[in-house]
Design a protein around this ligand. Structure first.
Ligand SMILES: NC(=O)c1ccc[n+]([C@@H]2O[C@H](COP(=O)([O-])OP(=O)(O)OC[C@H]3O[C@@H](n4cnc5c(N)ncnc54)[C@H](O)[C@@H]3O)[C@@H](O)[C@H]2O)c1
Ligand SMILES: [Zn+2]
Length: 374
């Protein structure tokens, strides 16, 4: 068993992160050891539940917890206020009171939604997160952000509400579709660039090795490293008030623009990959790169992982056309633009990224032109 900790300034928000193969089959005991009590509402989506629900339920019941299982349709469309409202009612009808415990078992959609419901139902009940996608293990489950989407935009309603316990079982990833592995790997590459030069070096040496899930030892190492990068940043800026969390947006200002232009038809991980490439090109143009091979290396890593590097070529594959000017305009609506200036996360070297708010639009356009492809 590997135990990491996420420490917030307020002790009651701090929590352990347990990571071990087979943890899904022992989650009931893990909850008991953490001193958590039931009754339990287990929230998942139908896909995840079909693969892993029975293991989790059995383990909880063996540990003596009464379990109310609530299953939702998979996908981002589920992450709404309407679904949250339905969940509140199911909890009330199921007799879950203030002493109840809500478990989110699934990808980022389930965890964000379950977390938001736990934060607000009866002004907050205990939450346990069990992520089952790579993205959720290294990103969505770390840092206490929960929320739902509105028709007006993603994640517009939410709360900072960390779980009491975060349980990560790498074997859950054995059923993950290859596209979801790639999606998560975009965020792992991001984490490596932000804060783990050694992990970056491993990707650079043999990118294709990471195109599909590696053997268990390497997988665990990858998870711990990526999680540790996010934990370190979140601990310094738990409520996103100090600006330090902003570096986690590497590739995302460009990426969100690509997603917006596509009407959210492209996968997030692909958008982040193409966005990191544009951010790296911009860093090179601004003379910031202390590693002259970085742009080429990044292209090699992303290609090896099966992720896009040339945004216009990639978007064309989805039947979407866009000019650099249109991408820039779509970046302008991003919340990362403050007082008229884009705030961009640029790379100096692997392990050193910085927020820049002095980049002229002309330079952004040139970087986009340089990484467009076609
Ligand atoms: N709270 C945060 O800090 C944070 C950070 C990043 C992303 N997010 C949110 O996370 C969401 C995306 O998360 P995601 O990529 O995990 O998407 P997701 O939850 O939609 O999961 C992707 C798909 O994989 C399926 N799946 C999940 N686990 C599986 C498994 N083990 N085997 C087989 N299939 C499985 C799901 O049913 C779903 O169809 C977005 O809503 C995003 O806003 C939140
Ligand atoms: Zn992301």
């Amino acid at each position: 068993m590997i135990t990491l900790h996420l420490r917030f300034p307020e002790a009651e928000r701090s929590h352990p992160i347990l990571l071990t193969p087979g943890l899904l089959d022992r989650c009931g005991a893990a909850l008991r050891e953490a001193g958590l009590e039931g009754p339990i509402a287990l929230v998942s989506d139908t896909t995840v539940a079909a693969y892993h629900g029975a293991r989790v339920r059995r383990s909880l019941e063996e540990a003596g917890f009464p379990v109310l299982e609530i299953l939702l349709p998979p996908g981002e469309k589920t992450k709404t206020m309407d679904t949250a409202a339905g969940l509140y009612r199911r909890l009330a009808q199921g007799g879950i009171g203030r002493d109840g415990l809500l478990i989110g078992l699934g990808g980022g959609v389930v965890l964000d939604l379950a977390g938001f419901v736990a934060a607000t139902y009866m002004r907050g009940i205990a939450l346990v997160s069990i992520p089952t996608t790579l993205l959720a293990m290294v990103d969505a489950s770390i840092g206490g952000k929960t929320g739902v989407d509105l028709p007006e935009g993603k994640n517009l309603v939410g709360a900072f509400y960390p779980p009491r316990l975060l349980l990560i079982d790498p074997t859950a990833l054995s059923t993950l579709p290859p596209a979801e592995w790639r999606n998560g790997m975009a965020e792992v590459v991001k984490a490596a660039l932000i804060g783990d030069p050694e992990l970056w070096a491993r990707f650079r040496e043999d990118p294709a090795r990471w195109a599909a899930m590696p053997e268990m030892e390497s997988l665990i190492d990858l998870l711990i490293r990526a999680i540790a990068v996010k934990v370190r940043i979140v601990e310094r800026d738990p409520l996103e008030t100090r600006g330090e969390r902003e570096v986690l947006n590497l590739g995302h200002t460009f990426g969100h623009a690509f997603e917006r232009i596509s009407g959210y038809r492209v996968p997030h991980g692909e958008a982040v990959a193409a966005g990191m490439m544009a951010a790296a090109a911009l860093s090179a143009r601004r003379g910031l790169l202390k590693d002259p091979h970085l742009l080429q290396d990044l292209e090699g890593v992303l290609c090896g992982l099966g992720l896009p590097t040339r945004w216009r070529t990639w978007l064309a594959g989805y039947g979407i056309e866009a000019t650099p000017e249109e991408v820039l305009a779509a970046m302008g609506t991003d919340k990362k633009r403050r007082s008229g200036r884009l705030r961009l996360i640029l790379i100096h070297r692997p392990g050193q990224v910085r927020v820049h708010s002095d980049v002229p639009d002309e330079a952004v356009l040139q970087a986009l032109e340089g990484t467009a492809g076609l």
